[in-house]
Design a protein around this ligand. Structure first.
Ligand code: HPA
Length: 244
């Protein structure tokens, strides 16, 4: 549960909760607005493992640490990963508060999570042609339609941060094919793919960059926009988990 999805944790029943700090080898989240708990329980009739708070490369963690929880998910038999994040919108048709189903990503992180000896969960050279599961995207579209939610599709550009982009950078990432830009998700999705875990991701567009009038962006604004979008994001994810 990245930015914009914290609310979902209150709906988990039959839960066991662990503070990240009490789990051997687990990193601890340092960013305001990201708690640090691993929750096991049920959502609807599905067994789930939820991460409340994730680890970002900009915090100083290695890529191995950032993606360690996904390795744990694999070992525990998790079949589908649902990810959320906050992102800056670069597609001129986007507005603040929009939800964007991630259809694909572009990896701009300076380090690769699969760098080093290959893990036996997947091949040395993993295929990435469907990193975000087509059936799950279709399911999300149906759910959004049923609920009258206007949902966008787009390509998520993953960058290291922690600076937000300069206007020129937003424009560049858009020219290169990105619709939104953010500082997470891509490493976890790569490792999930390498483990054969299906992925579905949504970004909440919390700010806009790259247009003619550059605007200032702050962490507080990002949090505020994400909180506003939270009920809709929660409704979609809840339904996705139920029906997938
Ligand atoms: N850029 C990078 N990361 C972000 C942004 C942004 O504009 N908004 C939220 N996370």
């Amino acid at each position: 549960m990245g930015t914009g999805l914290g609310q979902l944790s209150s709906e988990i029943t039959d839960s066991y909760e662990f503070s990240y700090k009490d789990i051997p080898n687990f990193p601890v989240s340092t960013v305001e607005g990201h708690a640090g708990r691993l929750i096991f329980g049920k959502l609807g009739d599905k067994n789930i493992m939820a991460m409340e708070g994730r680890f970002h490369f900009y915090e100083g963690y290695s890529m191995k640490e950032v993606t360690f929880p996904v390795r744990v998910m694999y070992e525990l038999g998790i079949k589908t990963l649902f990810v959320s994040n906050a992102a800056g919108g670069m597609n001129p048709e986007f507005k603040i508060g929009d939800l964007m189903i991630i259809t694909d990503h572009i990896n701009f992180f300076p380090e690769h999570p699969l760098h080093g000896p290959n893990f036996p969960t997947g091949p040395r050279f993993p295929d990435m042609h469907e990193a975000y599961d087509h059936n799950l995207i279709a399911l999300a579209d149906n759910i959004a339609k049923e609920k009258g939610i206007d949902i966008k599709h787009g390509i998520y550009t993953g960058v290291q941060g922690p600076t937000f982009e300069t206007p020129a950078e937003y424009r560049m990432y858009n020219i290169l094919g990105g619709d939104a830009v953010g500082m997470s998700t891509v490493p976890e999705v790569i490792v999930a793919c390498h483990c054969g875990i299906k992925v579905f991701g949504i970004s909440v567009i919390t700010d806009l960059g790259g247009f003619d009038n550059p605007v200032k962006v702050s962490h507080e604004e990002v949090q505020e926009a994400a909180n506003k979008a939270q009920p809709v994001m929660t409704a979609i994810m809840r339904e996705m988990i139920k029906r997938s």
